[in-house]
Design a protein around this ligand. Structure first.
Ligand code: GLC
Length: 471
């Protein structure tokens, strides 16, 4: 017993000792309540800029109109094809929606790889590859002659002028195919389908993944008027009052706005809280200077921030016996799933060392204590600033509606949110603290992107029929 106590004491001492040494390097990543409140207020200002007629062109948080004007009402019906591009996987789906008393959604899907040379090759190659996958899927389902309506979940910023037109503003995350930025991606898809000359499809809607997520959750829970993705990328959408969206004509009702919040900070407004590690990650990325907030809080970059800190601490002699190995120099070694594993409470230090070993990093016990602390600090900061963004959103909705108190549901998807052991808890706690007048329920979306695209396509088809009848 005494021996066990001594051992525990020894470990706590050892841990505190190690952590004290590196604290000064992690200090600037630990935010006070006041800083978080400040981030939330800045966020609110950038939202207003994105919505305003005169300020929207130069705004960093783009607040893009989606032409989705209402959540589903249960009357959606039919068979739809959906594509999901821009998340962890590329998928093609067949979604069968049935309305009425026994409403249901049935889905069949297939995952396809998009090789990195296609993600970063020419636009034509990318869209030909997508159509090749659709062709394979239609063969697999035996549906090549059906001319189905299609919803395209395309998880990148697009300037929409209608439900079925979206000009790509800029690629984000790992994509960089040429000749797509500034083009209508629906047209690029239609052209590629024509080139293939094998089947016809009716492209009805282009959908951001946040919007698909919101719609999927709203189908089950009508108080869901916000969508959040905390995964490879980070972004949110919500139902905004038409009268506040000065970039679209009309003042009646609401429209869903794809915020593209990942670009928050691209005008320098977060520079005081960004660290040298954030800058290094940015400089190493495909889109330097862009998506600065996303680079602080999404799955694609958290591991890279950790790697930059570990390199610095190694250089200073606190880690890995001062030796920077080839592994540590390798971009992308720390995938989010490793962060999740390392930070798991159930994991003993020995197991942390085993994971590092798997990554090719030969660590001591002291090293593993430090690595775990670095991971925890980086993911905690991510969850907190993501929470500050969400708090700004729900509080704006509350003010829009002139309420002292708002009950609202947020539909959520994304690997970081779903798989990380602490992210969702810290995120939710931050929202609660920063927006005390809002009661927010978080609803996990199952397959949001595909199902949501189909629901939006169903609404789009119905609208089209109505318009045809009126003419
Ligand atoms: C990136 C994209 C955005 C998407 C998000 C989550 O931020 O620009 O459109 O919603 O990733 O996938």
């Amino acid at each position: 017993m005494i021996a066990a106590q001594l051992l525990a004491y020894y470990f706590t001492e050892l841990k505190d000792d190690q952590l004290k040494k590196i604290d000064k390097y992690l200090y600037s990543m630990r935010f006070s309540d006041e800083t978080l409140r400040d981030v939330m207020n800045r966020f609110r200002r950038e939202m207003e800029n994105g919505l305003g007629r005169d300020t929207s062109t130069t705004a960093t948080v783009k607040m893009l109109p989606t032409f989705v004007r209402s959540i589903p009402d249960g009357s959606e019906n039919g068979d739809f094809l959906a594509l999901d591009l821009g998340g962890t996987n590329f998928r093609v789906l067949l979604v069968k929606i049935r309305s009425g008393k026994r409403r249901s959604v049935e889905m069949h899907n297939k995952i396809y790889a998009i090789p990195i040379e296609v993600m970063q090759g020419t636009g034509e190659e990318l869209f030909d590859h997508i159509v090749h996958c659709i062709s394979d899927f239609l063969d697999y389902m035996g549906m090549k002659s059906a001319r189905l309506p299609l919803g395209f979940t395309f998880s990148f910023p697009c300037h929409q002028t209608s439900l079925d037109a979206g000009i790509l503003v800029t690629w984000t995350k790992g994509f960089k195919a040429t000749d797509c930025e500034g083009e209508d991606v629906v047209e690029l898809l239609r052209d590629a389908i024509k080139r293939k000359e094998e089947f016809e499809l009716d492209v009805v809607a282009i959908v951001n993944d946040t919007v698909g997520t919101m719609m999927t959750c709203a189908y089950e829970e009508p108080t869901c008027e916000v969508g959040l993705i905390a995964g490879t990328g980070s972004n949110a959408c919500y139902m905004e009052e038409m009268k506040n969206i000065e970039t679209v004509d009309g003042n009646e009702g609401r429209m869903c706005v794809n915020m593209e919040w990942g670009a928050f900070g691209d005008n320098g407004c977060l520079d005081d809280i960004r660290t040298q590690y954030d800058q290094a990650v940015d400089e190493n990325s495909l889109n330097e200077g862009k998506q600065r907030y996303e680079k602080m809080c999404s799955g694609m970059y958290l591991g890279e921030i950790v790697r930059q800190i570990l390199i610095d601490l190694t250089k200073r002699g606190f880690l890995f016996r001062g030796q920077i190995s080839e592994t540590l120099k390798t971009t992308g070694i720390f995938e989010t799933k490793f962060l999740s594993q390392i930070e798991s409470d159930r994991l003993a230090l020995l197991q942390v060392r085993a994971i590092l070993q798997q990554l090719g990093l030969d660590s001591t016990c002291d090293d593993s204590i430090i690595v775990k602390e670095v991971c925890g600090t980086v993911s905690r900061r991510a969850a907190q600033i993501c929470g500050a963004g969400m708090a700004a959103v729900v509080d704006k909705i509350r003010e829009n509606r002139g309420l002292d108190h708002l009950d609202i549901t947020v539909g959520v998807d994304g690997t970081l949110y779903k798989l990380h052991p602490h992210f969702s808890r810290i995120f939710q706690q931050s929202v609660k603290e920063l927006a005390p007048k809002c009661d927010v329920t978080f609803l996990l979306s199952e397959d949001g992107s595909g199902k949501g695209a189909a629901l939006i396509t169903a609404v789009g088809c119905r609208q089209r029929e109505l318009e045809a009848q009126q003419h």
